[in-house]
Design a protein around this ligand. Structure first.
Ligand code: TYD
Length: 220
């Protein structure tokens, strides 16, 4: 698969700063001249954004399994309509959250057995995994001090978010090569640089965009 692209996800609990970091990372790579697209979960497609509205709406009391299946429905649309076509065209895909969130929130957080999530998720992604994941780690206290208006999931108690954070860190320990933990207390400029360096290393390892990366390094 000569022109297959490169898939990067950003993960972390609420208020970790991952969305801002993911967007700035995308902008930077676009400015460098890489073929790159940005998407998010839940969301990405029009149907996915509607599903997002249902999931996050505080007026609904949603069963954990319904919640999981809604996230997976949004993911299927995103994978099929946005992520896979872009990877097939050789693009870099930057995704704000992907399947690690389902394991951390619905698995470690809500208590749904991980093996079920693994199976259902595979049905949706067909085995597609990010090539690289940045986990922006922060304590729930710090994270929540940064949030103004809370949605349905953000309204869960501190204990829930502790479980989610620990879940993410467990996933990172189990997939050391793919998931890189970034300290969410550091400033965004430093973290952006760290993410960029790690991405360049990975791309070089996979022999992707070699010419482009050399050009950028020569300019600096
Ligand atoms: P988030 O991406 O953090 O958006 P915002 O920055 O606008 O709050 O919100 C999405 C929420 O969905 C977040 O609470 C995490 C949750 N989530 C899951 O529980 N499971 C999943 O599989 C995904 C993708 C997200």
């Amino acid at each position: 698969m000569g022109r297959w692209g490169f898939f990067i996800s950003f993960e972390g609990i609420e208020g970790s700063g991952k969305s801002t970091l993911a967007e700035r990372f995308y902008e930077k790579f676009k400015d460098y001249g890489f073929p790159v697209i940005f998407t998010r979960e839940p969301g990405g497609t029009e149907a996915g954004e509607r599903i997002r509205d249902i999931i996050l709406n505080e007026k609904f009391d949603i069963d954990p399994y319904t919640e999981l299946l809604l996230f997976l429905s949004a993911r299927k649309e995103n994978v099929k309509k946005i992520i896979l076509p872009a990877l097939k065209e050789g693009k870099i895909v930057v995704c704000d959250r992907f399947d690690d969130s389902s394991f951390a929130y619905q698995g470690f957080g809500r208590g749904i057995p991980l093996r079920w999530i693994t199976r259902l998720n595979k049905m949706v992604t067909d085995g597609l995994k990010p090539d690289l994941t940045f986990l922006i780690d922060i304590t729930p206290e710090t994270g929540f001090s940064r949030i103004e208006r809370k949605d349905r999931i953000e309204k869960e108690n501190k204990h829930f978010h502790e479980k989610v954070r620990k879940g993410f860190l467990t996933l990172a320990r189990r997939a050391k090569k793919r998931i890189k933990v970034v300290d969410g207390n550091k400033n965004i400029i430093d973290n952006l640089k760290i993410c960029e360096e790690i991405t360049f290393e990975k791309l070089l390892e996979k022999k992707k965009f070699l010419k482009k990366i050399r050009e950028i390094k020569e300019e600096v």
